[in-house]
Write a protein that binds this ligand. Sequence first.
Ligand code: PGA
Length: 241
Amino acid sequence: MNLLRFDSSAAWVGGVCALWTDRLRSNPRLKICLPTGLTPVPVYAEMVRRVRAGHASFAQASLFALDEFGGLDANEPGRTSHTLRRLLLGDVDLPPDAFHVLDADAPDVERTCQRYDAAIGDGFDLVLLGVGTNGHLGMNEPATPPDSPTRRVDLHESTIQASARYFPTLAERDLPRWGLTVGLKQILASREVWVLATGSAKAPIVRQAVGGPVTADVPASLLQAHANCSWFVDGEAGGNW
Ligand code: PGA
């Protein structure tokens, strides 16, 4: 596992985007899984800038959303699919049919998840992830088995409370309590995994996941066993350790 620590936010964004651009150049048909959350927001803005400037292209790539919140209004802007369109996909050259989303409104979400796994195939070329302060990856909460498929999950209370920042107009009682997530099986089967973490609140979990015991109780620690996983952290999330 590589720990890439950057001194400034600008260096962190530049580091992630330079490597992402490189991966798109060497494999234009890159199959990518993308998270939402606040952490990747500046990365997506920089990738939009690079596409507009002609330095990067998603024209032949395919993108899959990492997860989706359930039980929300179809127009709720905090839904993963809307967020990714707003931050990245609406402004890059990805063909619309190359963007795959988990449909949490489908009548049979189990079948939706099975189809998603079939469309992904055998892992992604590149997975970008955030990390929860409890170590979750996507919506794979602590105690998730490493071979878990894409599926419906109940969110932990801390994840529900943390999600309030994505849904500023929702009352606490209306925050999503479940979602659909790509499972750890597909994440761990991917050719390359990048975890993005910034800010001092993430320092304890980065330390635990990178240097602590490998345990399903901290899903992010399972990445220690991955052959090609890199953590991109800023000075605060990288902490003093
Ligand atoms: P954040 O979320 O990027 O908003 O911190 C990460 C996560 O909970 O997976």
